[in-house]
Design a protein around this ligand. Structure first.
Ligand SMILES: [Zn+2]
Length: 166
């Protein structure tokens, strides 16, 4: 993201701009896990420039982004969990590529303090899914950083391996 004062590009987890010292105000809103709503999640993904397609059940939506993979976002209030999933297809699957992807997922998990990424495959379909437990306080930035980890750790590997969104 960019500093609102000097427009320097700064890390998503910055609290202050390393260039001008401005306090970072974006994505600082927090919400109690018990009070989280699908609307809160939709607002957050919209701020991140995703297009939203709400599913008819009202508890989940598809978040689409021109420059990224799509995410299925689901809020299960009774289980107190948010799941964020990407469903992908791989042209030709081989052990070496799958190992690279497993390594990328493991690396992402070592960086994430919020949710754990898991990889499953079903013929040509790959699913990368994360469960985020609704703890007492969820800060927007936690989810933003989480998506950033996906972007940095997993997406470029998927791009290299010719994995496409479906
Ligand atoms: Zn700045």
């Amino acid at each position: 993201m960019k500093c609102e004062k000097c427009m320097a590009v700064i890390a998503l987890d910055s609290k202050f701009c390393p260039n001008c010292g401005e306090k970072v105000q974006m994505f600082t809103e927090g919400i109690n896990g018990n009070e989280i709503s699908i609307e809160w999640l939709i607002d957050l993904f919209k701020k991140l420039a995703f297009e939203i397609e709400l599913n008819s059940n009202g508890n989940s939506f598809l978040a689409k982004h021109k420059e990224s993979y799509d995410f299925d976002v689901n809020l299960n209030k009774s289980l107190k969990v948010i799941t964020i999933g990407s469903h992908l297809s791989m042209k030709q699957k081989n052990i070496s590529d799958m190992n690279k992807l497993q390594d990328a997922v493991a690396k992402a998990n070592s960086l994430s303090c919020l949710g754990i990424f898991s990889l499953s495959d079903n013929n040509k379909l790959l699913n990368i899914v994360t469960h985020i437990n609704l703890t007492e306080l969820i800060i927007e930035r936690d989810i933003v950083v989480y998506l950033d980890i996906f972007e940095k750790s997993i997406k470029h590997i998927m791009d290299n391996l010719g994995i496409m969104k479906i």
